[in-house]
Design a protein around this ligand. Structure first.
Ligand code: DCT
Ligand code: MG
Ligand code: MG
Length: 444
């Protein structure tokens, strides 16, 4: 049994019965095996800590009495991240960079939800990055920002996504079995179907894609029609070999019209992922603005003539040169872009083996092309490399730690009241006073 309230509080003499009662309570089943919590008593007090520990355990969380190596999340109240780190230092505990420092609001929300809620910036405790003030040189500071951490693909701390992808936790299994969740997952797996449409179909009583597809009363967008038509191909992930083959197609088409253009594979594949849901490319050219504007329409036309174009949506640029970067961390950029489905013919080596449909010699692949002005290419590259979490964090970092504004187009220094130019991602990191993080270390 896991005895409660013994770590730092010591036995309470005044109300022994209350403590004794909780100590005698039966052990609770741990529902979230990959999460090990430690609740900090400092500034919270013994009574509240005991109460929260007991409640969290009842809700299926594993809560340790003492801080150990196995702890993954420290929960504190009225403490900043820096204060928690100082406390750890005094205890002579070396914090691993994987440890999450969270405000008690995260625990309370999680208990309310009956499962660990997604950790967002509002839950994460702020650590001031004043390295000079660190008395213990061996002590490793943890940053709440992914742009100050190196997150490779084999990183161990993907607690939530691990749990979710492998479906190992019983709580997650319950969620996964939920009818509404199942339907939303199924419906949104169709290209062009978002939460709003899923909600509508669910409320109309639909539970399967076949029923939806064969319903005569429903109207589908062009995007959804393509989504249904190429459904099997699009839900099966794009492999790196396929991504490289698409890269050859993209370069061939782009260089036919703009031989000096730079074509870079971005997104998950640039971060070293072996599979993806699409293949993303950034295109830029030092040439004229007119050439730039005409390129994507020409490329589309080129593929259409070759019979490779299954679907496209060309979004025209709304980019304005001296517009301040957006304050929102999740906002979309203004570059010209094209969302496509391309027909990728199977390479000779694997023909016949990987495709299920008899006689089909190609696979439909989702491709994103982004065209940016040459002087913005470093910002666009940083933005389109992701991960989304990394992008959010680096923007938050720029805003809160540097009084700067960063988005996919530019970096603006609010103190100096000027745009900071960059030719490369390294220069953007340098402007932000950050150590450079390689693309394959941005898998936050
Ligand atoms: N991005 C962006 N603006 C958008 C869409 C995406 O800045 N409108 C950024 C965020 C990550 C990157 O571009 C690539 O996006 P995705 O292709 O959606 O994600 P991914 O990381 O490549 O993952 P996947 O392998 O599933 O495609
Ligand atoms: Mg992608
Ligand atoms: Mg994409």
């Amino acid at each position: 049994m896991d005895p409660l309230c013994t770590a730092s509080s010591g036995p309470r003499k005044k109300r022994p019965r209350q403590v004794g009662a909780s100590m005698a309570s039966p052990p609770h089943d741990i529902k979230f095996q990959n999460l090990v919590l430690f609740i900090l008593e400092k500034k919270m007090g013994t009574t509240r800590r005991n109460f929260l520990m007991e409640l969290a355990r009842r809700k299926g969380f594993r809560v340790e009495n003492e801080l150990s190596d196995s702890v993954t999340h420290i929960v504190a109240e009225n403490n900043s991240g820096s204060e928690v780190l100082e406390w750890l230092q005094v205890q002579n505990i070396r914090a691993s960079s994987q440890l999450e420092l969270l405000d008690v609001s995260w625990l309370i929300e999680s208990m309310g939800a009956g499962k660990p809620v997604e950790i967002t910036g509002k839950h994460q405790l702020v650590v001031r990055t004043d390295y000079s003030a660190t008395p213990n040189p061996g002590f490793q500071k943890i940053s709440q920002y992914a742009c100050q951490r190196k997150t490779t693909l084999n990183n161990y701390n993907h607690i939530f996504t691990e749990i979710i992808e492998d479906g190992e936790s019983s709580e997650v299994k319950a969620v996964l079995n939920d009818e509404r969740y199942q339907s939303f997952k199924l419906f949104t797996s169709v290209f062009g179907v978002g939460l709003k449409t899923s909600e509508k179909w669910f409320r109309m009583g639909f539970r399967s894609l076949n029923k939806i597809m064969s319903d005569k009363t429903l109207k589908f967008t062009k995007m959804q029609k393509a989504g249904f038509l190429y459904y099997e191909d699009l839900v099966s992930c794009v492999t790196r070999a396929e991504a490289e083959a698409v890269g050859v197609l993209v370069k061939e088409a782009v260089w036919a019209f703009l031989p000096d253009a730079f074509v870079t594979m971005t997104g998950g594949f640039r971060r070293g992922k072996k599979i993806g849901h699409d293949v993303d490319f950034l295109i830029t050219s030092p040439g004229s603005a007119e050439d730039e504007e005409q390129l994507l329409p020409k490329v589309i036309n080129f593929w259409e003539k070759k019979g490779l174009l299954l679907y496209y949506d060309l979004v025209e640029s709304t980019f304005e040169k001296f517009k301040l970067p957006s304050r929102q961390v999740d906002t979309l950029d203004h570059f010209q872009k094209c969302f496509l489905i391309l027909k990728l013919h199977h390479q000779r080596v694997d023909s016949g083996k990987s495709n299920q449909q008899e006689g089909k010699t190609w696979k439909a692949i989702r491709v994103d092309l982004v065209m940016c002005p040459y002087e913005n290419h470093a910002f666009a590259l940083l933005g389109w490399t992701g991960s989304r979490q990394f992008e959010r964090d680096i923007r938050r970092y720029a805003t809160h730690e540097r009084k700067m504004m960063l988005d996919n187009h530019a970096l603006y220094d609010k103190t100096k009241r000027m745009f900071l130019k960059a030719e490369s991602e390294e220069e953007i990191f340098a402007h932000l006073g950050l150590d450079y993080i390689e693309p394959w270390e941005r898998n936050a």
